[in-house]
Each structure stands twice: as C-alpha cells, then as structure tokens.
Ligand binder design. Structure first.
Ligand code: GLN
Length: 251
C-alpha cells in the first residue's frame, strides 16, 4: 500500500492549516528514522484543497488554531468516510497532535461555540474548556501496553477531550494537563491511530514513540544511535520534574 513500490509513504496532512506549533517536524523525523535503517521513505505533503491520498502508510496531523482546525476537519469529510479512514482500515498508522487529536475524534466545539464533526477515527469528543488555556510542559507516563518510556512535550490548548469506551488513553499525565477532563490522562490510542496533546515536535523529544509508529507499518527496526536526543530528553524531564529520583523517570 506504499506510494512508491516498497517505499514507505508518509503523508503530512494540511500543514498550512495545522502547522502552527512545528508539528510538521514529526513527518520529517519519521522519514529520517526510516532512512537511517535503510528504508526508502516518501514524504507526501497534503495542503488544504489537495486530495488526501489513501495509499500512504503513515499519516501525520499537527496542531493549530480553532478556525483552521475546523477547515481541516471539513476537508476530511463526514465521520468514518474518506481516504484517511480507508487507509486506516487497510492498516495505515496515524499520529495526531492537539488539534489533530481533536479532529480525529467524533466531534469538537470550535472557537465560535459551534460543534464540528471529526473524522470518527477515535472514540472521543472535545469540548471548550471553562478555565484558562492549558499551557506548559507536560510529562506523560504511557499506558504499559505501549511499552514506552515517559513522554515529554508541551501543550497549548483550550479544548478538553473526553474519551469514550472505544479508545484507550495514551498515558497518564505526571506534569501538565493533557486531555483536561479530570481523568489525569493524555491523548488516545486505538489500533494504529494515536493522538496526544504533546507538541515538541513530540517525535523529536520521544524517538521511542516514533519507532512505535514506524514499527506498526514496517515491523522490527534496527536500533539507531539516539545518544544526543536522550541527553535532550534528560534535560527536558529534569526541567519538568526536578532532579531525577531513583525510579522516577527514564531518559
Ligand atoms: N485549537 C485547539 C485548542 O485550543 C487546538 C490547539 C493546538 O493544536 N495547540 O484546543
């Protein structure tokens, strides 16, 4: 199902609408981590107005402001229809951040108070939060089934996301807000569709998350030298959580 023979197709959806926080870097990181392992990667940038290709292996959706987010949702079409949903049905993976997470859900309330249909790929809805925006560093302990170390990132959102029974949270928030519904969770995960409130870009700060998503589509991955990024992670976790205490966090 790749775009070019055996190359892995990585579609970056609507960076002109959902690119405010540098989340487009997630697509670059996926492509580079594949190339380091000898895979061919074909990045496909899908701008607003372009048709979404159904044949890619990984789809990346970033964060953005309320109005562009509603425009992006409209382009994906009614819930559970369209090329993105077809791709997921065929086994493609999706990584969505903040506005992207909200857009993949059943519905969200835009800045004008109007409810907008989402893609219906994740069993969640997003409401307008009543308090101040959630802004700042976040540390998330992923659910054990994902086998990931702590996730570091930052958040900046007004939406509050409530998960339905059809999806698992990505993890539990140790610092920050995340979904903000009182459950202490961040993000959502169902099959090969994964969403989070973490910007960073999240895959730059969390290479294990990048490799989890890549592993879903290409299988086992050879290890790569992540010494530099592990040092950066250590700095971020230290800044967010304070000095490391035995067993508190893994870089
Ligand atoms: N517009 C959305 C909100 O404020 C998403 C923001 C974002 O993507 N950072 O909730």
């Amino acid at each position: 199902m790749s775009t070019v023979d055996s190359a892995v197709g990585i579609a970056l959806l609507f960076p002109d609408l959902l690119g405010t926080y540098g989340d487009s870097g997630n697509a670059t990181i996926l492509a580079e981590r594949l190339r380091w392992r000898g895979f061919e990667a074909t990045p496909v940038t899908v701008r607003s107005g372009d048709a979404v290709p159904a044949g890619c292996d990984v789809y990346v959706v970033g964060g953005g402001e309320d109005l562009p987010q509603a425009l992006a949702a409209r382009q994906l079409g009614p819930p559970r229809t369209g090329p993105l949903c077809e791709a997921v049905d065929r086994g493609a993976a999706v990584l969505a951040v903040c506005a992207g997470l909200q857009v993949l859900g059943e519905s969200f309330v835009g800045g004008d108070g109007v409810r907008v249909d989402g893609a219906g790929l994740l069993d969640l809805t997003t409401e307008r939060g009543r308090g101040p925006r959630s802004v700042g560093e976040v540390v998330v302990d992923p659910v054990p089934a994902l086998g990931l170390p702590a996730l570091t990132g930052y958040e900046n959102h007004g939406g509050v996301t409530v998960l339905g029974p059809g999806t698992s949270p990505l993890g539990h928030v140790r610092r920050g807000v995340g979904n903000g519904d009182g459950s202490g969770t961040d993000g959502a995960w169902s099959g090969r569709v994964l969403g989070t409130y973490l910007h960073g870009p999240v895959l730059a700060r969390n290479p294990a998350l990048a490799d989890l998503v890549l592993g879903w589509v290409v299988g086992d991955l050879a290890p790569v030298d992540d010494a530099e990024v592990l040092e950066l992670r250590g700095e971020r976790l230290h800044a967010a959580l304070g000095p490391r205490r035995r067993g508190r966090w893994r870089p």
